[in-house]
Design a protein around this ligand. Structure first.
Ligand code: NI
Length: 564
């Protein structure tokens, strides 16, 4: 019987940092929009009946949407223009688009901040900041004032109600808040407008789940959350998501019994049979070749398509590795897609995912002064031996050797090892000027990056020599200074048995072991030591992994000799 870690997640702290505070005002129906809930739009606009075509015309806007509708088509509003709900809860629409859309002549007096609207016979004027409208010398009070925002002028939608025979209609739905001006008040424009405009970005965020592949953060219902374990991983045809954390983030519940996992989200209930590999949502069997489960470190992951089915949401794959699960269909709404992509990019990349073996004791093996030899050379054979034993190590490389022997660099990263910086020319940093220190260290980091695609994450000064200047400069270089707690003296003995014994006789949990991948004797001695220590419950991890296991946050410029 399978056992998932489900139910333990209650203890996981999810940081509920508001990423987009502005969205909340959009999520709450505005005062203007709230009055019109009597005519809600269905959650899927395609499911609504086509509006009866008439000769009537209408224009439509949506709060938070840079597109409007006129002539039964979506169009991009002026640069930066976006209808919004002001602090009084009233919908503000763009002056020019709205006025001209309902057949008025619009002028804007920039100096005096006065808008003039005319149908050729009657003229109305409005002043920014003043909640009044003057129509042929008659003053009409408005519920809120026109505003100028980011160089664009907006007027309260209410100011244009029943002007020139156009009727104003507000609609609030789970797709957002729509503002519609109709030449014929009986004309059913809403569903067409919804179809053309889609949901507002705010509504997508308020109900959606946005991931960025490789990030340990996501946007759930508009809030940024952090995942405690692995967020996503790539499968053959799918991206996999941690089910429980996703369900919890969406305020659902999840429970497991035997091979059955039950997910409840609002009214929805889904059952996953992890033995038979089937899923039922609201008692309906669902199937797709891309529905899949995957168990990893006792966590149940589900494929993107299956997650969408369980959440009852649409999946959209955006740029930059961003996947959006949303209530409304997001495809074909480029403005909303662009906004969500921008928000997704802000999620950033994750810290490196740790892949830590189960063990009683952990140590970090470190190898200085390499690499040695080409793809068949000493370092390559050492990598083979480490790989066969499931051991990770940290390689403190010298730039002058990287230039000759960079063939192994790709293997470091591919096989889970850590890249370290041991200066360009094996120069003693305490004898160098500040610029000399940076030439030796930063120059080597850049060189390593040019071959491996990544910079080293840790550094070891030549001979372990450092002073306050070196520490200060390593803060600028962003590198923690790693020394050692067990010295094998392999350079002195050049004897495999001696290397092996130095390790076996001195090692403790949390140690950093100093070696050099220059000698055949080191290669033989360390592999023998690994075999014997594995039997005693030791695992071999990188320096950064060891720090993480021991709860130490490595800081640039700080010196570490062990994590005992
Ligand atoms: Ni050295």
């Amino acid at each position: 019987m399978r056992k998932w870690k489900i139910g333990l997640l209650g203890a996981v702290a999810m940081s509920a940092v508001m990423l987009v505070p502005v969205f909340l005002s959009g999520a709450t129906p505005s005062k203007d929009a709230a009055g019109a809930v009597s005519n809600p739009i269905q959650s899927d606009p395609l499911a609504t009946s086509n509006p009866e075509r008439s000769n009537s015309d209408y224009i439509a806007f949506q709060v938070g949407n840079r597109y409007g509708v006129k002539d039964h088509a979506r169009y991009l509003l002026g640069s930066g223009v976006k209808p919004f709900v002001d602090s009084s809860g009233r919908a503000q629409v763009p002056l020019r688009e709205t006025g001209e859309g309902i057949g008025l002549e619009v002028t804007w007096d920039e100096v005096n901040q006065i808008a003039t609207l005319s149908d050729g016979k009657i003229t109305a004027t409005l002043t920014a900041g003043i909640p009044q409208m003057t129509v042929e010398e008659k003053i009409i009070d408005l519920p809120t004032a026109p505003v100028v925002q980011d160089g664009n002028t907006y007027i309260p939608a209410r100011a244009l109600d029943n002007i020139g025979g156009w009727t104003l209609e507000f609609l609030s739905s789970d797709k957002g808040n729509y503002i519609i001006f109709k030449a014929d008040e009986n004309y059913q424009a809403a569903s067409e407008a919804a179809q053309l405009l889609g949901a507002s970005t705010e509504q997508y965020l308020a109900n959606g789940l946005i991931f960025r592949s490789g990030s340990d953060k996501a946007l759930a219902r508009g809030e940024q959350i952090s995942f405690s374990g692995m967020t996503t991983f790539d499968g053959d045809n799918s991206i996999y998501f941690p089910l429980e954390e996703c369900v919890t983030a969406m305020d659902g519940t999840i429970s497991a019994s035997g091979g059955t996992v039950t997910v409840k989200l609002g009214e929805r209930e889904a059952l996953l049979d992890t033995e038979k590999n089937t899923a039922r949502v609201d008692r309906q069997p669902t199937s797709s070749e891309n529905f899949a489960f995957h168990e990893l470190e006792e966590t149940l992951f589900v494929s993107d398509d299956l997650l969408a089915a369980l959440l009852g949401m649409h999946k959209t794959t955006l740029g930059e590795g961003i996947i959006a699960f949303t209530v409304a269909v997001l495809d074909d709404f480029p403005d909303q897609e662009a906004e969500i992509t921008t928000l997704g990019e802000a999620l950033g990349n994750s810290k490196p995912q740790l892949d830590i073996p189960e063990a009683e004791h952990y140590v970090a093996l470190t190898f200085d002064d390499g690499p040695t030899g080409q793809s068949e050379g000493l370092t390559a054979r050492l990598l083979n031996g480490l790989s066969e034993r499931g051991a990770h190590a940290t390689f403190f490389m010298c730039g002058y050797r990287v230039k000759d022997f960079h063939a192994v660099l790709d293997r470091y990263l591919d096989e889970g090892h850590e890249m370290g910086n041991h200066t360009m020319d094996h120069k003693t940093l305490t004898k160098l000027s500040v610029s000399g220190i940076h030439e030796q260290v930063d120059g080597n980091s850049d060189l390593i990056e040019s071959y491996a695609g990544e910079k080293p994450t840790v550094m070891r000064p030549t001979g372990g020599a450092y002073n306050d200047t070196v520490k200060e400069e390593m803060v600028k270089s962003g590198l923690p200074i790693i020394l050692w707690s067990v010295d094998t003296l392999d350079w002195q003995s050049k004897d495999a048995k001696s290397v092996e014994n130095k390790i076996l006789n001195n090692v403790q949990d949390g140690d950093i072991i100093l070696m050099h991948d220059l000698y055949e004797s080191t290669y033989k001695g360390v592999l023998n030591a690994i075999d014997k220590l594995k039997e005693k419950g030791y695992a071999f991890v990188t320096v950064s992994e060891l720090a993480a296991i021991k709860g130490v946050e490595l800081k640039p410029g700080e010196v570490y000799t062990s994590f005992r």
